[in-house]
Design a binder for this molecule. Sequence first.
Ligand code: CA
Length: 226
Amino acid sequence: MSNKTLNLTEPLYQYLLNHSLREPDVMRQLRETTARLPECNMQIAPEQAQFMQLLIRLGNARLAIEIGTFTGYSALAMAIALPDNGQLVCCDLSQDWMEIGKPYWQTAGVAHKIDFHQGDALNTLKKLVADGKQEQFDLAFIDADKENYRHYYEYCLQLVKPGGLILIDNTLWDGAVIDKKNQQRSTRAIRDFNTFVHTDPRIYLSQIPVADGLTLALRKSQLDTP
Ligand code: CA
């Protein structure tokens, strides 16, 4: 046994998938379609999607927001897990990528739960706040341009309820967070975000090494906020 996180070998990772993945056909099909795109690494891993579905069910989430939808695989996963009267607000710059996923949302019978907003997510988030949607959301998933992570996080903190969960993707960034030679803007932004969130008193924190690193930030109640 090991008391630290295992470094998954490929066969061990396959074992994990073989013994835990319950991916519906419609999700597998969208994943296979997305795998043909050069940007396919922007899609989350299937075991991460299943974990996020479990979190949605665990928290009885009804209203969720996703920042960075790409071809809609994570949105499909979340929409499946949300109740029939649930809603997922999706933000992405690209309409074209979303159009790839939309037929799969329809096949899965969850398209009615997804409210897609094309454009700069910061504008969509600003509008949600201006429309009085603070503390309305149960869950937020941040998986867009890394330079804006901190801004997305601050908006999500306003939009989720006390006890609401913010998920932040790619926080281990393929290991680049510890590569001092890597000074790309996106890498620096993730490092800065990780450093900031580590001591943010407004949330309960956990960073888990699933896929490319997923940070969980659970908003404390207002009384706990500084
Ligand atoms: Ca991602």
